[in-house]
Design a protein around this ligand. Structure first.
Ligand SMILES: Nc1ncnc2c1ncn2[C@@H]1O[C@H](COP(=O)(O)OP(=O)(O)O)[C@@H](O)[C@H]1O
Ligand SMILES: [Mg+2]
Length: 269
């Protein structure tokens, strides 16, 4: 530990060390066990692992929705006390207000905080245009497809200008083509903004395509099993998935996940 502290200060957006999470109840579940991970400022980190291994739990700890049973969770060097506007969470379903228009949903956060419209109007317009929805300004969520709703969700999150994007399988409910469109949109937005992203997915292709680093988790109780750097050049596009380097990374990560899934199965026998 001491040696670690003596290293030059690195700018970490997120640091977890010795994090254990036990969900109480009649049958307590040890969801995370001694998890350590760091995410650098401006880094795009994807987390993959077998279902139930604690991926969402990690995200919820960083978001401040849950508290660790033991260990430390730091964001920008400070312990997480609860949710905050510096951390935006994007879920599988964009939680849009059904009675508000695309525009009103997009500007919801600054408006709710009483910010004057001139502060966010141009920015919100730009982001809405960026996600291809300018023409749907006055539509209600019920008039939009699933992919369009997720794009409104993304625009709304961008308007908040958070330091950290915490994304929990955000494209998991979309059809294959829409999912690819969203991945390419996120890639190009991220290339412009370079914000810190933690992106949870069970789709290995998606993880490699988007991330700088893929963290592979072990079966429950979850730990970080390995850290796989994705040294593929940017800007990236979906064409990358046939690149031999991509395919080799995919094979490596798949083997690790398969190994973990076998462990989980043996433990259940
Ligand atoms: N609020 C909760 N109460 C009790 N158990 C929970 C709760 N949230 C998650 N768990 C359990 O913790 C484990 C990890 O869950 P989760 O983080 O959602 O996994 P993942 O996102 O990797 O599929 C699972 O066994 C799950 O059932
Ligand atoms: Mg989950």
């Amino acid at each position: 530990m001491l040696e670690e502290n003596q290293q030059p200060m690195t700018e970490n957006a997120i640091e977890l060390s010795g994090v254990t999470k036990i969900f109480g109840g009649a049958k307590p579940v040890r969801a995370l066990d001694d998890v350590a991970l760091t995410v650098g400022k401006g880094q795009f980190v994807a987390i993959v692992g077998p279902s139930g291994c604690g991926k969402s739990t990690i995200l919820n700890l960083v978001a401040g929705f849950e508290k660790a049973t033991s260990g430390t969770v730091l964001v920008d060097g400070a312990p997480v006390g609860g949710p905050g506007p510096d951390r935006a969470v994007v879920f599988q379903e964009a939680a849009l207000f059904p009675w508000l228009s695309v525009w009103e949903n997009t500007v919801f956060s600054p408006k709710a905080r009483g910010r004057p419209e001139r502060e966010y109007k141009d920015k919100a317009k730009q982001f809405l245009s960026r996600v291809g929805l300018s023409e749907f300004h006055d539509h209600l969520p019920a008039q939009l497809s699933g992919g369009m709703k997720q794009r409104v969700g993304l625009a709304r999150t961008l308007v908040m200008e958070p330091q950290l994007f915490l994304m929990d399988e955000p494209f998991g409910a979309l059809d294959a083509q829409t999912r690819i469109d969203m991945q390419e949109l996120l890639l190009s937005v991220w290339d412009e903004l370079r914000r810190t992203v933690v992106f949870i997915t069970h789709d290995v292709d998606e993880a490699i395509l988007l991330a700088d680093v893929v963290l592979v988790m072990s079966a429950r109780p979850g730990r970080i099993r390995s850290r796989v750097p994705i040294d593929l050049p940017r800007p990236r596009s979906i064409d990358l998935i046939t690149d031999p380097v991509f395919v080799a990374l995919k094979r490596e990560i798949f083997n690790q996940i398969r190994h973990e899934a076998n462990i989980a199965r043996l433990a259940a026998d």
